[in-house]
Design a protein around this ligand. Structure first.
Ligand SMILES: [Zn+2]
Length: 341
């Protein structure tokens, strides 16, 4: 599909076998990766890198040390999931050299966003401005990752369902942080419809299904980069799990926990709850608390506390401010979910 608008991706190369011989086009190159993805591609590149930099941690002092030890190069080749891609983006940006990005899983959108998510004292900081040239999407390579991780990529697109609803609520309440755009809301909803149209392909992780997720990420950029905010794809469904992550002191596969947030908040919004849950089932998205070992009691406490949490963290206005989450509501909402603890 041809994507109109600004996407931050300078050029693209899509198709199985896209990585074969890629190394011969890069001049002197350094690879940013992890052990597992590197072993998948090293024999196929057709050339040897000057150095291989593996993710140790994305803490900025660790990354700065790796940058200082890196030999001169023309290209940084980022190979792997979100962390390897973030490391590659940052190294290329700091060196001012070409970036080539080869995701080996599409569970998160790091490979199409300009900034790298580094950490300073465990707090995420978004830094830099990078653009892959090209972005290489090799379907066979992506299918070496567990299917549920690629499917998780669709989960973060579905967040447009609840996030656009929240933006409309905020606008009506006179509480929108950003100038409201009905066109952006409509574009966000079309992305959810695309995931619906391609649900069978995505669940089976076919070429068309993988490409649908990549295209959706690119199109989110065409909405969000010019607007300079992510309001169409981030709302109450994200805020509710930020509370849960802090409470449990651990993170989750992003698209899976977003799916749980969509389940809960579409219900609170009374926003086509059955339809979006049916779509998550058809995608085989792992959004159940049982899939993520989330205890029932912790989720219930999270929901009771989420309004205070969003106010303390100055999150955008959403259904969480508008409708009270009562113990009775929680009881009903959790009755439809699966738990193992
Ligand atoms: Zn997200």
């Amino acid at each position: 599909m041809h994507i109109e608008g600004r996407t931050n991706v300078t050029s693209q190369r899509f198709g199985s076998g896209s990585i074969d011989g890629l190394g011969r086009e890069l001049g002197r190159f350094v690879v940013a990766t992890m052990e597992l993805p590197w072993n998948l591609v090293r024999e196929r590149l057709g050339a040897l890198p000057e150095a291989v930099v593996c993710v140790e941690s994305l803490e900025s002092d660790v990354v700065e040390r790796q940058l200082a030890a890196m030999p001169p190069c023309d290209t940084v080749l980022a190979v792997g999931g979100g962390q390897a891609v973030d490391l590659g983006k940052y190294l290329a940006w700091r060196r001012g050299c070409r970036l080539v990005t080869v995701p080996t899983v599409i569970s998160v959108d790091a490979f199409v966003t300009p900034k790298a998510a580094l950490r300073r004292n465990h707090i995420v900081e978004y830094v830099g401005d990078s653009s892959p040239d090209p972005l290489v999407i090799d379907y066979d390579l992506l299918r070496t990752a567990p299917a549920e991780l690629n499917i998780a990529g669709a989960g973060d697109v579905l967040s447009c369902h609840t996030a656009t609803f929240d933006w409309e609520l905020a606008q009506r309440a006179g509480r929108s942080t950003y100038p409201f755009s009905a066109a952006d809301v409509a574009a966000g909803r079309r992305l959810v419809q695309d995931m619906d149209d391609q649900a069978d392909e995505i669940r089976r992780v076919t070429d068309a299904g993988l490409q649908a997720i990549v295209d959706a990420y690119l199109r989110i950029n065409t909405i969000c980069l010019p607007a300079d905010h992510y309001r169409v794809e981030e709302g109450s469904e994200h805020f509710v799990f930020y509370e849960l992550e802090q409470r449990l002191g651990r993170g989750f596969i992003h698209g899976h926990i977003v799916g749980l947030g969509i389940y809960l908040m579409s219900r609170l919004q009374e926003n086509d709850h059955e339809r979006i849950v049916d779509l998550m089932h058809r995608l085989d998205l792992r959004f159940q608390p049982a899939d993520m070992e989330i205890p029932r009691a912790a989720l219930a406490e999270s929901l009771l506390n989420v309004r205070a949490f969003t106010e303390r963290h100055h999150h955008w206005y959403s259904v969480i401010q508008e409708r009270e989450i009562t113990p009775a509501w929680i009881e009903d909402a959790l009755a439809g979910l699966r738990f193992t603890c």
